[in-house]
Ligand binder design. Sequence first.
Ligand code: ADP
Ligand code: MG
Length: 282
Amino acid sequence: MLMPEGDGKDAFRLRHFLYFCRRAGNKERKKTLGKRYDLESQLKDIDMPVILFENVSKEYQSGIPALKNVNIEIRKGEFVFIVGNSGSGKSTLIKLMLREIKPTSGRVYVAGKLLEKLRSWQVAKFRRKLGIVFQDFRLLPDRSVFENVAFAQHVIEAPAREVRRQTPRMLALVGLSEKAKAMPKELSGGEQQRVALARALVNNPVILLADEPTGNLDPKNSWEIMRLLEDINRRGTTVVVVTHNREIVDEMQKRVITVKNGIIVSDQKGGYAYAKNKYSSI
Ligand code: ADP
Ligand code: MG
């Protein structure tokens, strides 16, 4: 903007000029302030664990506690194994993270949300931030591989263009581009689990939760799934895997949380905790 030149209307023009300068200045200030606030909230996001359990206990109706005063902190980008005997409370941990169940006491925060505070209509929105994989694949039997993956996007009402773009990308990621038209029953267990993984990832979740994803697979397919999970984790997704596969856990050298009778008995990087003491019965 040029300074107004001298004539009879100088004062008027100058006032206008100053007014616009002030307005422009305010706009600039607002922009920088906005950026700063944005940065602060991002820093807060980075600082806040993506999964946080604070003194969490869970009793089912049976009255027997499934979890007792559990504290867990998982940071963005971590890869975490949860191990422990059958009935020790692993699936209960996963179900709490999904807000499928609520704790009897204590607090569960996932992806910045205190889960007990979510209304039922907010739960669906919250779950979009999660990818979930189970032992039994849970594919739609009457839909093709492509449709199984696309379906997850239809659920969140993704635009058709996005579905056409993302579905093949995910199938390529899990090495199943060739099988897009196949039906689930035409696939091996390992392939079915890879479809389930593609479906879990297609909406770009912040966290991937897998409850015994290799429970029905042979060692070769189990390794393939675990390598894929590792790959996904490398791309930035936080991965939490419940497993019984001791060989894989020992080999992969990740953080391992061991649950025994509803209590976290060990939380450390490396292999199965009881490898140190093979006579203990964890
Ligand atoms: P894990 O996945 O480690 O095998 P779970 O979390 O499924 O263990 O179960 C922990 C404990 O809670 C077990 O004693 C189990 O019987 C009990 N339990 C799990 N789900 C229910 C339920 N819906 N109702 C009653 N008890 C349950
Ligand atoms: Mg279980």
